[in-house]
Design a protein around this ligand. Sequence first.
Ligand code: ADP
Ligand code: MG
Length: 430
Amino acid sequence: MVPNARTRPALSQMLVAFLFLLFQAQLLVAQTSTRLEITGTTMGVVGYSVVAVADADLAEKLKSSVAEELESVNQRMSTYIDDSEVSRFNQSTSTDWFPVSQATAEVVQKAQKISELSNGAFDITVQPLVALWRFSKDKSKLTALPDKSLIAENLRKVGYKKLQVRLDPPALKKSVPALQIDLSAIAKGYAVDLVARQLQAMGLDNFLIEVGGEVRASGEKPDHSSWRVGIEKPLPGAREPYQIIELYHQALASSGDYRNFFELNGKRYSHTIDPRTGYPVDHAVTATSVIAKDCTTADAMATAIMVLGPDGGIQLANKAGVKALILSNTNNQLLATKTANFPSNELETALEEGGSFLRLVGIVSVFFLLAVLAMAIGVICGRDRIKGSCGGIAALENPDITPECSLCSRAAECNDLKKELKKRQTDSDV
Ligand code: ADP
Ligand code: MG
């Protein structure tokens, strides 16, 4: 209907009324939305937290559905639960298609993609080696390094090309009966993404999810600032941030060798295994952090970069279009290598600026001390007072052109000088 002269005022009134109602509704949402926080434990000992800007009455629903989602990931993908989907696939020696859930197939498909991108540095079929190095269910201490022949034997079971995945219907297939998979390096990231999807389905846009140190942020905090998360300083015992990162619709995941390792004959062995050699990675890289759009990618990439080290790691990150930070530890000194687009470290800059200011203060102090020392030596050698202590009198001269200040060396002469100066002052005033 085309508006005529009679309907036009009614329309504009309706528009005003509509805008007013919209404004009121927004106010109402702003008033009822609050900061909800849920914390708990999943996957055995992994802590998680979800902070969301949501209606207070959503709290219970949020709590139970987050716990349910995380539990479902654990029941499907854990190698610690004997009847999980992954454990049953690992126990099977069949080379036929093995039906799995959509979720497990999705994670394996993503893992295979990252294996291809990283030329096998990331490889979920590494499980037999993870078990051999006692980083799986059996964590009993190794008293000697595994035999080379044992490593070679296990390497024959490993290789992402020996594993196939399909989504419809979801299933996995091994080409060698002894092949086993381990999703530990990607499942936490996937769990974060799953919870994010669930929150979005509940109509929430502003939240921060963390599962075992892997994080994903959406929107902003209740005060409209960005979500901020810390990258831990990867030194044993140092529970402090190395860098604070602002995340906006992004995920951040980290891998490290400073928490999960064992020591044998004074040497440290990391839980990250190089699937190409069969040995734990052995380089100075102590931690990696990756920022990506989704947390599944960030988690797997952080492990892949941990295997590849600084040069290969940066190349992979650039190829995959993710931001990466690689920290190497040489004698407890951290060296950072990062992709050009990784956020700069404000903490480090502040420390550097603070450091250079302190250096300046130090240099000035040394010069000052040297000057005082030089003057003191001059006094001692010349048996004379420091001229500067005459308060400028040194600049004056007696009629015989000797500096008046030299008189100050003896108290009696100093009094004579003062009298003489006073007399001269009176004469000139007259
Ligand atoms: P974190 O558990 O500290 O976040 P990661 O995400 O790097 O660490 O996962 C490390 C785990 O992944 C190891 O404990 C092992 O189970 C498995 N793993 C080790 N090496 C590899 C690898 N090269 N590719 C895939 N998974 C690996
Ligand atoms: Mg990982």
